[in-house]
Write a protein that binds this ligand. Structure first.
Ligand code: HEM
Length: 395
């Protein structure tokens, strides 16, 4: 089909474009030349197609390093999201305890305290950019704490993360963006190698220490150690920043929903789920390569075809969600796919949910009269990660 997901209007409001894709029933072809040996990726947009792709793990592989163009594999390719079968299970089970409800319960106080401190400094200003001063700041503090890396390093890690994330968008890729990604990735991996080498007292209490010890015990290779640390530093902040930012924007721009939440804070978990559905921070899935012929909703896919899901579209599919275009924090059921499903479903989902709930709760408690300064926020030009450039408010 001729629909272009490259139109400037798409980045502001992708949902009418997604609706047309779902209606057509056809996958959308996005050419690329850099990510894998495939010359592009077929993107599926319907909810039921998304489920089929997420669940297919024998005929679809995630082992990106086997499909990189020659010489393009990096140490970053060895983390759990890009592994299959037993290797994936080994890496996931190694760190799973850090993402359990019991563990996240223990870090709730750290998150609450960090949110309150940020709000105290917001109060000293007249005009605030909630993206820069709150939504960005909080997940950076939390992931530094969980990993056991110095908080002072996080602004630099954020800068590398932005350059890496920009190149995830195969719709917009240019030589310049690719080059910047390569440089940022090289610097991030170099940073991780340095902190791993400099670590003196290594305890299993933080993720960094646990992974270093696992390498010492022969449970993971050096490439896996570096890749896992780099990936967790990146995955732990990019999407959560956007969940908090997108949520504050949605709530403040829907005054009735904001009031509903102010009156009944027990709706916080449901509100977070609706933000995840309505403006999914990760709009597309990561790398997937077809290994054996498969058919998805009548479309035949062959070995060597790269496939993906437009999560942002599946989460607006009217066949699954009644009044899908309405932002409704009381929506029930809400079986959104913002965290993926199946064996690669997001390991950090409990952490992200708790961070967002606390972030919204603290704003409602301490700054309930926030007002938006602009009625139209500027979305970052990225069709993979959906988030705002800034969110100016006054109180
Ligand atoms: C709102 C926040 C987040 C969103 C929307 C999100 C989304 C996702 C999605 C969609 C996947 C699956 C991708 C695919 O199948 O292609 C995933 C995987 C993953 N996420 Fe998240 N994520 C979030 C936060 C986090 C956080 C805070 C962490 C860690 C600190 C994290 C760690 C991971 C890991 C380790 C995987 C790979 C799991 C596996 O392969 O078994 N995520 N995430």
């Amino acid at each position: 089909m001729t629909l272009s997901l490259n139109d400037p209007a798409f980045f502001h409001d992708p949902y009418p474009y997604y609706a047309k894709l779902r209606e057509s029933g056809q996958p959308y072809w996005v050419p690329h030349s850099q990510e894998s040996t495939s010359s592009g990726v077929w993107l599926f947009s319907r909810y039921e197609d998304a489920i089929a792709i997420f669940k297919e793990t024998s005929k679809i592989s995630k082992e990106i390093r086997f499909y990189r163009p020659e010489g393009a594999t990096t140490t970053f390719d060895f983390h759990l999201l890009h592994r299959d079968g037993l290797d994936h299970m080994r890496l996931r089970s190694l760190i799973a305890d850090f993402f359990s409800i019991e563990y996240i319960d223990q870090v709730k106080d750290v998150i609450s305290l960090a949110a309150e401190e940020l709000i105290d400094s917001l109060k000293k200003k007249n005009e605030v950019d909630l993206m820069r001063d709150y939504a960005e700041a909080l997940p950076l503090i939390v992931i530094a704490e969980l990993m056991g890396v110095p908080k002072e390093d996080m602004p630099q890690i954020r800068q590398w993360g932005l350059a890496i994330g920009k190149a995830f968008d195969s719709l917009l890729i240019t030589e310049d963006i690719l080059q910047k990604q390569k440089t940022a990735l090289g610097e991030l991996l170099g940073y991780v190698q340095r902190i791993v080498k400099d670590q003196k007292e290594i305890s299993d209490e933080k993720l960094l220490g646990l992974l270093i010890n696992a390498h010492k015990n022969g449970e993971i290779t050096y490439e896996e150690l570096i890749s896992m640390v780099a990936f967790l530093l990146f995955a732990g902040h990019e999407t959560t920043i956007n969940l908090i930012g997108n949520g504050l924007w949605l709530l403040l721009s829907h005054p009735k929903q904001w009031q509903l939440l102010r009156d009944d804070m027990s709706l916080l978990p449901q509100a977070v789920e609706e933000v995840l559905r309505y403006e999914s921070p990760e709009q597309r899935t990561s790398f997937r390569m077809v290994l054996e012929p498969i058919e998805i909703n009548g479309t035949k896919m062959n070995p060597g075809d790269q496939v993906g899901v437009i999560i942002g579209s599946a989460n607006h599919d009217e066949k699954e969600f009644q009044n899908a275009e309405v932002f409704d924090i009381q929506r029930k059921p809400n079986r959104h796919l913002a965290f993926g499903i199946g064996i690669h479903n997001c390991l950090g989902k409990t952490l992200a949910r708790v961070e967002a709930q606390i972030a919204f709760q603290k704003i409602l408690e301490h700054l309930p009269d926030l007002e938006l300064q602009e009625t139209m926020p500027g979305w970052r030009k990225n069709s993979f990660f959906r988030g705002l450039k800034e969110l100016k408010v006054q109180f």
